[in-house]
Ligand binder design. Structure first.
Ligand SMILES: NC(=O)c1ccc[n+]([C@@H]2O[C@H](COP(=O)([O-])OP(=O)(O)OC[C@H]3O[C@@H](n4cnc5c(N)ncnc54)[C@H](OP(=O)(O)O)[C@@H]3O)[C@@H](O)[C@H]2O)c1
Length: 271
């Protein structure tokens, strides 16, 4: 593959690019799986909920040849290694890693949560470790693409622990892209604003569906981008935040936090 730009294509002209997608059991991950399956990619779906994952894989590819489900906890080193090994064993190669799995402190302030650092483990440590495990193979084959799902909260500070994870992932992604320039391995960051998913189920804000992010992932696979913010109106918000941070204070306090449920002290349900 061309080192500077161009789609991620395997060296064998008839083979389909193989995508490992974390967080595929719901929301943005599920929408991305559907989008990429429609486009003909081979998929390795990863998340903890086995039932959802296997049902999605069967729906996208009843033959079980082109889409496989590999139940995975991305915070567990053995589970991460097993995911990549299963992908290699089934398809013989990996072309793309989409680091999409993510969590936040969904109810209450993060400092009241019993284990806020789980947000860093899922959103930041797991993408770094999965990338570290996969990079030798991508560099050896001279092609590949790491796509990280960041957030507008990684450009405009909102929730302390969630923004820490997404600012961190953004820095990792932008720097890794530079470190790999000329290697044939691309790195793109897709930064969504609010979209409908389980993560945002309690937010009373107008939101599009997760398909808008899925289409952005498909677009960066064809044309790698250092960073892209979706839906597009959030680009204006990011610009305003950068130039008028006091306006950012107002937006976060009035438009976001007031529409969130801060009544609970913690969210034990999905830990
Ligand atoms: N929705 C938004 O407005 C929004 C905005 C900006 C960024 N994002 C980012 O988009 C990504 C997807 O979020 P979403 O909105 O689609 O939320 P979601 O519907 O809650 O999906 C989160 C996904 O992450 C998986 N996951 C969580 N912990 C995991 C673990 N330890 N191991 C493996 N998988 C794990 C979940 O699967 P299991 O529970 O089955 O493991 C699920 O598939 C996240 O990185 C999020 O930060 C979302």
């Amino acid at each position: 593959m061309n080192a500077s730009a161009g789609p991620v294509l395997p060296t064998h002209p008839t083979a389909r690019p193989v995508v490992v997608l974390t967080g595929a059991s719901s929301g943005i991950g599920r929408a991305t799986a559907e989008e990429l399956a429609d486009l003909g990619y081979a998929l390795v779906l990863a998340a903890r909920r086995e039932g959802e994952l296997h049902a999605l894989a069967r729906r996208l590819d009843p033959s079980g040849a082109r889409v496989i489900a590999v139940p995975t906890d991305v915070t567990d080193d053995a589970s991460r290694r097993a995911l990549l090994a299963a992908a290699q064993a089934h398809f013989g190669r990996i072309d793309v890693l989409v680091n999409n799995a993510g969590v936040t402190v969904e109810r209450g302030w993060w400092w009241n949560d019993a284990d806020p650092l789980r947000v860093l483990r899922v959103n930041l440590e797991a993408p770094v470790e999965l990338t570290r495990l996969l990079l030798p193979a991508l560099r050896a084959q001279g092609s590949g693409h790491i796509v990280n799902i960041g957030s507008v909260a990684g450009l405009a500070a909102t929730n302390g622990i969630y923004s820490a994870s997404k600012f961190g992932l953004r820095g990792f992604s932008l720097a890794l892209r530079r470190e790999l320039l000329g290697s044939g391995v691309h790195v793109s960051l897709v930064a969504p604003g609010f979209v409908k998913s389980e993560m945002t189920a309690r937010a009373r804000l107008p939101m599009p569906g997760p398909e808008v992010v899925a289409r952005a992932v498909a677009a960066v696979l064809l044309r790698p981008r250092a960073e892209t913010v979706v839906p597009a109106p959030y680009r204006a918000l990011v610009w305003l935040e950068r130039h008028f941070p006091a306006l950012g204070d107002w937006v976060v306090q009035r438009l976001i936090w007031r529409r969130y449920d801060h009544s609970g002290a913690s969210d034990a349900a999905r830990r």
